[in-house]
Design a protein. Structure first.
Lengths: 620, 100
């Protein structure tokens, strides 16, 4: 069993190194196929481990003693328990499919080999994050995925905005990671260990105030990685990267690491109800906040990114209200349908030659039937219509909110569900149906369907987006061995009524959208209203950050550079060099090559030495 | 009565003359003579101190120095002749080929 664990973990690393060997060469199809095949093997190993942990067993392996210094001892250990195995399966399945898809998507790109090297390295880092059996290993993986995210957002490094977005994501995550590091320090300070099993055995004995502090700091780390307010701006800008990257990293896996952290540390968060309630409130806020931004955006990928942000909010609500398994469940279903949505968006982008404005599309259903059908499936799943995946997980979150008597949160989430349905179908309507606007903007464009194997890579995701909801009971059966399974106490009638209310609201929203966009959409006057402008400019938050953080910091840096660095530090260093240089220049004439001149200098030196010897001689 | 001081003063004077010659002279051959004077001034001092302290070591040293100085002069004069053939002069002011 240990071998399977190592196979899952190291297969992507081997793939990454293999692809990296071709880094400097021209496109080599092997650099795409070999990592994909290795990942497929890793996926199978992960699935075997899933079946192995079903009966409550935990697969663990310690590679070596990592750090041993005084009382501080950390092993380089990995474990596949019931929580991590769910993540492992989601990560490996989605990343295998995205790898196969990328072979087609990146086929005309110069950096083909480089891309696969980064992508596989990302999967390896993500698996380290998920499979580590201690907080330090998790942190290493956490930083690893951050690095790979940076590499991949800025993959097209010749585009200035891509490098800017990559730096923004990296720096914002660094700020949040500091919080996480402090949280880990507090945990070590209080328990003397970093291994999950040892830490969670001791959390009950920690002073609640300090425990809350640890929870808060850990959650700050989670906020950064999962792009929760106020660290949310990087996620939308991260869409500058290649679309498979958005699908894998910025929808299905990396951004859910924050949710995973909260679920992983559920024993800690369960003891801090205040922090947990804050998490739920923030999650609700972000869910609604991001959905409103998605309503009006025109950028195909950004809409999907805001939707991701909104769904992450949902997951945090579930985790904050104590229903950790629901958070993990929604994480899983969301990974499938959101990756599908992004890959579909990638096909549309290819067909439209990288145009992203959905107002310039329309009527793409005819030339791209396969993509259109899969994106519609994903959107229905996202909106939460029975029997697709989103229905089960999202309704469960609404039930939890209602069942724990947080009616305000429930109402907000219900409204968000309505908004979600609206923006998903607005996207579908504007891209695939209606007037063919692209004919005006790009007269020479003939949209074409993607390669068959790209659609083939998407189809398993489409199937999973349809059926993943039915895994609910097997998931609870699996997870109840690792965590308490939270079920709100409600009568069947209430549950049925809730489901009815949600479904009716969502269906109404979808019908309204379909009707409205069939009629030609909203009038242009709406774009002049205050709310539209507010949503379209993302509540002016990027503007605010730019004006109050970026510009003052730039000015401070300029000051430090021009005044402190150049005028003080460089000046001192330069003066030392100048003194030595000048003295050398002056004393150069001694080396005249004239023997008698040199002998004179020698005698002169000898005399000085004699004087010194006479002055300081110990014999008087 | 001649004491050790007389010998040492003689030695010092000879050394000073030699040193002056090393500094002032421009001819390489004269420089050799000057160094010989300095070597011999040291020999005088060694022999004198050896005589007055009744220790033969100093005189043996002086012998060695004479022997080595003789071989050194033999080699050095050979070089000088060669140099004169090459450069056509032994004036130090004309022999500046390693100017910094």
């Amino acid at each position: 069993m240990e071998k399977l664990l190592y196979i899952t973990l190291f297969a992507p690393l081997v793939g990454s190194i293999f692809a990296a060997l071709f880094g400097g060469c021209k496109k080599n199809i092997l650099a795409g196929i070999v990592p994909s095949a290795l990942l497929f093997i890793g996926t199978i190993a992960a699935l075997i481990q899933l079946s192995a942990v079903l009966d409550g067993q935990v697969i663990s392996a310690t590679m070596f003693e990592w750090i041993a210094s005084g009382n501080f001892r950390v092993d380089f250990g990995f474990a596949a328990d019931q929580i991590s195995v769910v993540m492992m399966c989601v990560v490996t399945i989605v990343s295998t499919l995205v790898h196969v898809y990328s072979i087609g998507y990146m086929s005309h790109d110069e950096g083909f080999n480089r891309f696969f090297s980064y992508l596989s390295l990302f999967v390896f880092s993500m698996l380290v994050l998920v499979m580590s059996d201690n907080f330090l290993g998790l942190f290493i993986g956490w930083e690893g995925v951050g690095l790979c995210s940076w590499l991949l957002i800025g993959f097209w490094y010749k585009k200035p905005f891509a490098t800017w977005a990559a730096n923004e994501a990296f720096i914002m995550n660094r700020v949040a990671d500091l919080g996480m590091l402090v949280g880990i320090f507090i945990i070590f300070w209080q328990t003397g260990s970093l291994k999950y099993t040892e830490v969670f055995a001791l959390v009950k004995s920690i002073d609640p105030a300090i425990l809350s502090l640890a929870a808060v700091f850990l959650f700050i780390g989670a906020m950064g990685k999962s792009a929760q307010f106020p660290f949310h701006t990087w996620l939308a800008d991260a869409m500058e990267g290649p679309t498979p990257v958005s699908a894998l990293i910025h929808a299905a896996t990396m951004v859910t690491a924050g949710v995973y952290l909260v679920v992983r540390s559920h024993e800690l968060f369960a003891l801090t109800p205040d922090v947990s309630f804050f998490i739920a409130c923030l999650g609700t806020f972000v869910a609604a906040f991001a959905a409103t931004m998605g309503l009006v955006n025109r950028d195909l990928k950004r809409i999907v990114a805001y939707s991701t942000l909104s769904q992450l909010g949902y997951m945090f609500v579930a985790a904050g209200l104590g229903a950790y398994w629901v958070a993990l469940f929604h994480l899983m279903t969301h990974a499938f349908f959101k990756a599908l949505l992004f890959l579909g968006a990638g096909n549309v982008m290819h067909a439209m030659h990288d145009e992203l404005d959905i107002k310039k599309m329309g009527g793409l259903y005819k030339p791209m039937r396969g993509t259109a059908i899969m994106m519609i499936v994903a959107s229905v799943a996202l909106a939460g219509i029975y029997p697709l995946a989103g229905f089960f997980s999202k309704d469960k979150i609404l039930e939890v909110a209602f069942g724990t008597h947080h009616y305000i949160l429930w109402a907000m989430l219900l409204i968000t569900a309505v908004l979600t349905a609206f923006y998903s179908f607005r996207l579908i309507m504007l891209v695939f149906f209606g007037r063919e606007n692209y004919k005006e903007h790009f007269p020479s464009l003939h949209p074409h369907e993607a390669y068959w194997y790209m659609l083939a890579a998407m189809s398993p995701l489409a199937v999973l987006a349809v059926i993943a909801g039915f895994f609910e009971h097997s998931l609870t059966a699996l997870l109840e061995k690792a965590m308490p399974i939270f079920h709100p106490h409600m009568s069947t009638d209430t549950v049925m009524m809730l489901i009815a209310v949600t479904t009716v609201a969502v269906v109404c929203s979808i019908s309204f959208t379909l009707y409205k966009y069939n009629k030609g959409g909203f009038s242009a006057e709406l774009e002049n209203t205050f709310l539209y402008k507010l949503f379209y400019n993302q509540y002016y938050i990027p503007e605010f950050y730019n004006r109050f953080l970026v510009i003052p910091y730039t000015k401070l840096s300029e000051f430090a550079w021009k005044k402190v660095d150049l005028k003080i530090i460089d000046f001192v260093v330069d003066t030392i060099a100048l003194v030595i240089y000048k003295s050398g220049e002056k004393s150069r004439h001694i080396q005249s090559g004239n023997l008698s001149g040199m002998l004179r200098w020698m005698v002169f030196g000898l005399l000085i030495l004699i004087i010194f010897a006479a002055l300081y001689s110990p014999i008087k | 009565m001649i004491s050790i001081n007389h010998y040492l003063i003689l030695s010092a004077m000879l050394f000073a003359i030699g040193l002056f010659g090393v500094i002032r002279r421009k001819n390489l051959l004269m420089l050799f003579f000057a160094t010989e004077i300095m070597l011999n001034s040291v020999n005088i001092a060694l022999a004198a101190i050896s005589y007055f302290t009744h220790d033969l070591t100093g005189q043996i040293f002086a012998f060695f120095i004479i022997a080595i100085a003789a071989s050194e002069v033999a080699v050095g004069l050979g070089f000088l002749i060669l140099m004169y053939k090459r450069m056509g002069s032994l004036d130090l002011d004309n022999l500046q080929i390693m100017k910094g």
